[in-house]
Design a binder for this molecule. Structure first.
Ligand SMILES: C[C@H](N)C(=O)N[C@H](CCC(=O)O)C(=O)O
Ligand code: MG
Length: 362
């Protein structure tokens, strides 16, 4: 099974609602699909959504990074899998979403070459997973209405986007908590919006009112490691690192410092599946559980995340793989079923992606 070509295409998809965090507002999904073709007709699908404010990438930079790696991959056999992964990672630093998109397509092909679903190749099982749903940051009434809608659709965990204004954030959390049944788990994501002091004041404030969220995600700037430690020593709410952890080195530092309670693994930050698996193992060695998350991205890369969740189900105990549910429609044909909070893996080979509809090839 020899790689004969690599093509990239734009995937554009409308959102049900604008996606708003303290870092950015997005009105429609635009990401990059990678299609690796082999001489026997096999196709591997990959995908990645550039998130300039988090990974520093754009569609243009992803295309350039993939073009750089292409000559090292085309003409090689899928059976040389480890060498292929090595090429993805060794010719350029950073560019983690581009690397992830390529890796996902390579893993899809490798699993197909073994006639296995990807989760089986990775040691996982066919399972149904539960994801949360993200509630975009906005006015309190709108956020409450969105939360109630999500609960009526069966979501048990809601990820509340905050972080633009600590005072307003307290009001949002209190109002949302009051509006919901206690059984609904609240995950708070400030996307780096607060200082360490503000985080402690705010979290202690809601804790005094009896509100303990499932976790607070990335309250402070990505590089504010001391800030994370400062917060962890002063609040009861568990602390989850997102933008602070891309690599194993990032994670090891935070885990050794005991500065966090949970790790958010995203393929777009780790540079794909291989490092995501290693990050789950490293966290497990430290006795720390993980969430697998996603950017605002499409069904191919989110599906890759579900396979990783299956492979590391002992340590990946939480899913934030809601990006497919945030889309109003998309052109990807997949046998992995997305039904609101429920995501069900299938028996199909590789990722379980059959086609990508009409895409704009670049
Ligand atoms: C979509 C997912 N639930 C999510 O909230 N991801 C964000 C970043 C998404 C983006 O800006 O594309 C996060 O966890 O910070
Ligand atoms: Mg986050």
């Amino acid at each position: 099974m020899k790689i004969s070509g690599i093509r990239t295409a734009l995937l554009k998809a409308p959102l049900k609602n604008p996606f708003v965090t303290s870092l950015r507002r997005v009105d429609a999904l635009e990401d990059l699909v990678v299609i690796i073709e082999c001489d026997d007709g096999s196709i591997g699908y990959g995908e990645g959504a550039p998130t300039p404010v988090i990974t520093g990438e754009t569609i243009g930079s992803m295309r350039a990074a993939i073009a750089l790696m292409e000559p090292f991959l085309v003409g090689r056999e899928i059976e040389e899998f480890d060498t292929l992964l090595d090429h993805v990672h060794s010719h350029i630093i950073k560019n983690t979403t581009a690397k992830s998109a390529l890796e996902i397509a390579l893993y899809d092909l490798k699993a197909k070459s073994l006639s296995l679903p990807l989760y089986r190749m990775l040691g996982g099982e066919k399972r149904v997973f539960e994801t949360d749903l993200t509630i975009s940051m906005g006015e309190i009434d709108k956020m409450i209405a969105d939360c109630l809608d999500a609960v009526s659709l069966g979501y048990n965990s809601l990820k509340i986007k905050i972080g633009d204004d600590p005072q307003k954030d307290i009001e949002r959390i209190i109002a949302i908590h009051e509006a919901l049944d206690d059984s609904i788990r609240l995950r708070l994501d400030a996307n780096q919006g607060w200082t360490a002091k503000q985080s402690v004041e705010l979290l202690q404030g809601i804790e005094k009112r009896g509100i303990i969220a499932e976790f607070i995600e990335q309250p402070v700037a990505a590089d504010d490691i001391e800030g994370l430690k400062y917060i962890k020593e002063r609040v009861q709410t568990p602390l989850l690192a997102d933008e602070s952890i891309f690599s194993l080195k990032d994670a090891r530092r935070l885990l050794e410092l005991e500065a966090i309670d949970y790790v958010n693994i995203k393929l777009a930050k780790t540079g794909g599946i291989s490092e995501a698996l290693a990050l789950a193992d490293l966290s497990s060695d430290f006795g720390v559980k993980c969430m697998i998350g996603c950017m605002l991205e499409g069904p191919i890369s989110v599906t890759a995340g579900v396979h990783v969740a299956s492979a590391k189900a002992d340590v990946i105990t939480m899913l934030d793989l809601d990006a497919v549910s945030l889309l109003a429609s998309h052109p990807v044909e997949t046998s992995v079923q997305y039904d609101q909070s429920q995501i069900a893996l299938s028996d199909d080979l590789g990722l379980g992606i059959f086609g990508v509809g009409e895409l704009q090839f670049l």
